[in-house]
Structure formats: structure tokens, C-alpha cells
Design a protein around this ligand. Structure first.
Ligand code: NAP
Length: 243
């Protein structure tokens, strides 16, 4: 897909990986819908500075109706929904034996059901258009599991199931659906980890550095631009997890 003039909706994109993806698509000439729980005006303005149009839509994507309002807002403003990036996600880490039920439910509701919600609404529009690219943020721990992240790794493994099934169901109408599995990326999500955990994670990365949001954004652009790749997972992790 040539991204110039297309519409890209990116959930959870007021910061971190989502914002880097919004910037990368804007640099390719796509109009951007920034979604988050809070969307500062400056965030929208900083995307417009790339010479594209941008709107901010506050919506909790774990709520089915709010997810619909996000997709509707994109379609109303720009007339199409060409790219959907399911990036919004949370962690609520803890060992299995101590994990609170609410922490399990919240992570599944936002990371997994939120991904279903937006795809459910956006795919209706993409099916009519007979084109579209859906990109889901999974995680390497969705492939490998991780101590203290039972809820998160379950949600991210579920995202891979959604990705492959949506790819099979939507492919006949020219819609691709792929997943990115980042490793250890420098954002607010990983800043909260202890120095000890950070050191341990770094030692497991053959390329010897923490990833940047921009590294992940390059994979999102790659998937959106390629119309003949679907149902795939690309790890963006410096070699942390090799399959
Ligand atoms: P981040 O800095 O925490 O950004 C995530 C954004 O999503 C936040 O702005 C957050 O808002 C928003 N969000 C949370 N719940 C939402 C909801 N229900 N509706 C709309 N927006 C919501 O995280 P990140 O590190 O950039 O991660 C982005 C994605 O990559 C996530 O899916 C994450 O699981 C995945 N990932 C990250 C890493 C990593 O190392 N950073 C590794 C593997 C996978 P609030 O501030 O209100 O929470």
C-alpha cells in the first residue's frame, strides 16, 4: 500500500511505540488518528508538523462502543480506514500465586479484547473498501512466556491467535493482518523495571542494546506497505527470542 493520503489509526499512540509509529506513518504521508486515554493537543500538532492531517480521539479501546466511536471518527474525518495499528497495552506484573484477579482481567480486557474490538469495527469498513492493513502489537513473551507476566504473556499469545485468524478470514478481500513482537524497548512501560531486571534483559539481547520505539515503527511501516504478507509475526527484539 502506498501510504500517501491514506488513513492510519493507531491506538495508545500519545507516547511510546504508538507515537513513534504515528510519526513513521506521517513521514510516509498518511493522515493520522491518534487514540489514547488522554491525547494532548501538542501531540496532534507535532504530527501535523509532518504536513499531514491528524486528529486525536480519546477512547478506551477495551470498551466495545468506545472502540466503535474511534473507528467511526476516523471514517467521518478522512473517509476511509486504511491502516489499523493495535498498539494500546498495559502490564500488571506479578507471580502467578500472587496475581490478583483484577490484574489478570484488566490485562486481558485491554490487550486482547481491545484488539478484538477495534478489528471488529474497522474490518467492516476495510471489507467494503476491499483493502486494509491491520498490525497488532504482540510481544516476545507471547511466544516464550515470562516469569511474573502470566496475564500479559497470555494476552499477547492471544493477540497472535487473533492475527492469524483475522488474516485467514479477511485475506480474500485484500486485507492483511500481521503482528509485531517487540522485545525490550525503551518506553514508559519498561522504565519502571528495576535496574537488576533491566540488566538481566540486556544480557539476553545478542545485539547488545535496548530497542527504540523507532525500531518497532519501521516494522509497522514494512507490514503496511507490503500487500502480499499476512498472518506473520516479526520479532523486533535484537535477537532476544529466536524461533
Ligand atoms: P506505553 O508507553 O505504556 O504506551 C501505551 C499507551 O497505551 C499509553 O499511552 C496508555 O495510556 C495507552 N492505553 C492503555 N490502555 C488503553 C486503553 N484502554 N485505550 C486506549 N489507550 C490505552 O507502552 P509501549 O511500551 O509504548 O507499548 C506499546 C505496545 O507495545 C503495547 O501493546 C505493549 O504491550 C507492546 N510491547 C512493548 C514492549 C516494550 O518493551 N516497551 C515490549 C513488547 C511489547 P495510559 O498512559 O493511560 O496507560
Amino acid at each position: 500500500m502506498d501510504l500517501k493520503g491514506k488513513t492510519a489509526v493507531i491506538t495508545g499512540s500519545s507516547r511510546g511505540i504508538g507515537f513513534a509509529i504515528a510519526e513513521a506513518f506521517a513521514k510516509k504521508g498518511a493522515n493520522i488518528v491518534i487514540n489514547d486515554i488522554v491525547v494532548p493537543d501538542e501531540t496532534v500538532e507535532s504530527i501535523k508538523a509532518y504536513g499531514v492531517d491528524c486528529i486525536g480521539v480519546v477512547a478506551d479501546i477495551s470498551d466495545f462502543e468506545q472502540a466503535k466511536s474511534l473507528i467511526d471518527a476516523a471514517k467521518d474525518k478522512f473517509g476511509s480506514v486504511d491502516v489499523l495499528v493495535n498498539n494500546a497495552g498495559i502490564t500488571r506484573d506479578g507471580l502467578l500465586l500472587r496475581m490478583k484477579e483484577k490484574d489478570f482481567d484488566d490485562v486481558i480486557r485491554i490487550n486482547l479484547k481491545g484488539t478484538f474490538n477495534t478489528i471488529r469495527h474497522a474490518s467492516k469498513i476495510m471489507l467494503r473498501q476491499r483493502s486494509g492493513a491491520i498490525i497488532n502489537l504482540s510481544s516476545v513473551v507471547g511466544l516464550s512466556g515470562n516469569v511474573g507476566q502470566l496475564n500479559y504473556s497470555a494476552s499477547k499469545a492471544g493477540v497472535l491467535g487473533i492475527t492469524k485468524t483475522a488474516a485467514k478470514e479477511l485475506g480474500a478481500r485484500g486485507i492483511t493482518c500481521n503482528a509485531i513482537a517487540p522485545g525490550f524497548i525503551k518506553t514508559a512501560m519498561t522504565e519502571v523495571l528495576s535496574d537488576e531486571v533491566k540488566k538481566e534483559m540486556l544480557s539476553a539481547i545478542p545485539l547488545g542494546r535496548q530497542g527504540l520505539p523507532e525500531d518497532v515503527a519501521k516494522v509497522a511501516v514494512f507490514f503496511a506497505e507490503n500487500d502480499y504478507i499476512t498472518g506473520q509475526v516479526v520479532n523486533c527484539d535484537g535477537g532476544m527470542v529466536m524461533q
